[in-house]
Design a protein around this ligand. Structure first.
Ligand code: TPP
Ligand code: MG
Length: 333
């Protein structure tokens, strides 16, 4: 595993804080109706991405996830200004403003969405891994999905084939305790989701995903296994989301005390404490990072605000078409 150093902790702190503040800004502009449609935020779950990126080779490995998908592409190298613009529906966005919140995508950065169908990306992740195996490339695909998706049939069909074909993929369930308002305990007879791997003899286990160190360790082992021909792994990343499922969620299914309990083990606070304890940075240096983060969020907001909406014609340029298809007469010339 790549060593976890002072530089790692400082990067984790700055990255996770930026992702948190980026999402806080989105919540704010959503209320102002500048960002519309659905908006699912990642607050609380940042250690998953921080730990995963440490373990990945981001120059070659791939990442796919569900609709809680604004910060992963940023982690993979997509310009955050373009992600913000996409959420605003602006032409400078990652998909020219036509995808919006649930559909961030960047093939160039090996980030494959952004999927609104719960569990839909599980077989797609295996497909990406299959392509790498078929072409003799030693890339690994990380496939994230929620606890709600873990009970979909698509998971079982995919696990079966992924093991049969020994695919280079790491399946990660982000168990944040709830699928919309339904707790994990209400959806199955046992709450150890990682055990679903046992039926397929897939290496599997639980991970404390409020701590990026634990995530990095588990992911490094799994990625190494996949890269060296050892096949898939299934990790249950135990996490928590602080905000509602989406922006319209009265959260009647949980108490404020429950949220507060998890905030006590907040990943950003944990990392900040280590930085200060080990004297990796002084309080003042941490404040400089905080300011940098604030400035970058502002830059993203201004970029999105000042960008134009796409030309209407773009709508016709991005859909599948064939020359002899009979209904093309609406296309502007
Ligand atoms: C196939 C399908 N069924 C239902 C829905 C509606 N739906 C959207 S999100 C969601 C909950 C999924 O929860 P989970 O997988 O735990 O992910 P989380 O939101 O917690 O990240 C549901 C049921 C959907 N989008 N797709
Ligand atoms: Mg969930």
């Amino acid at each position: 595993m790549k060593k976890i150093t002072k530089a790692t902790y400082l990067k984790w702190y700055e990255d996770m804080l930026f992702w948190r503040k980026f999402e806080d800004k989105l919540a704010q502009v959503y209320i102002q109706q500048k960002v519309r449609g659905f908006l699912h935020l990642y607050n609380g779950q940042e250690a998953i991405l921080a730990g995963t990126l440490h373990a990945m080779d981001t120059d070659k490995d791939r990442l796919i996830t569900a609709y809680r998908n604004h910060v992963q592409p940023i982690g993979m190298g997509v310009d955050p200004k373009r992600v913000m613009a996409e959420l605003y529906g602006k032409g400078t966005g990652t998909s020219q403003g036509l995808g919006g919140s649930m559909h961030i995508f960047s093939k160039e950065h090996r980030f494959y969405g952004g999927h609104g169908i719960v569990g839909g990306q599980i077989p797609l992740g295996a497909g990406l891994a299959f392509a790498d195996q078929y072409h003799d490339r030693d890339n690994v695909t990380i496939t994230y999905f929620g606890d709600g998706a873990a009970r979909q049939g698509s998971l079982h069909e995919t696990f079966n084939l992924a093991m049969l074909w020994n695919l280079p993929v790491v399946f990660c369930v982000e168990n944040n305790g709830y699928a919309m308002g339904t707790s994990v305990a209400r959806t199955a007879n046992h709450t150890d989701i990682w055990k679903l791997g046992l039926g397929y003899e897939m290496p599997c286990g639980p991970v404390d995903a409020m701590n990026p160190v634990k995530v990095a360790e588990a992911m490094s082992e799994a990625i190494e296994r996949a890269r060296t021909g050892g096949g898939p792994t299934f990790l249950e990343l135990k996490t928590y989301r602080y905000r509602g499922h989406s922006m319209s969620d009265a959260q009647k299914y949980r108490t404020k005390d429950e949220v507060a309990e998890y905030q006590k083990i907040d990943p950003i606070t944990q990392v900040k404490e280590i930085i200060l304890d080990k004297k990796y940075a002084t309080e003042d240096e941490v404040k400089e990072i905080d300011q940098r983060v604030k400035d970058l969020v502002k830059e993203c907001e201004e970029f999105a605000e000042n960008s134009d909406f796409p030309e209407k014609n773009v709508m016709y340029d991005v859909v599948y078409e064939q020359e002899d298809y009979p209904f093309l007469s609406h296309k502007p010339v």
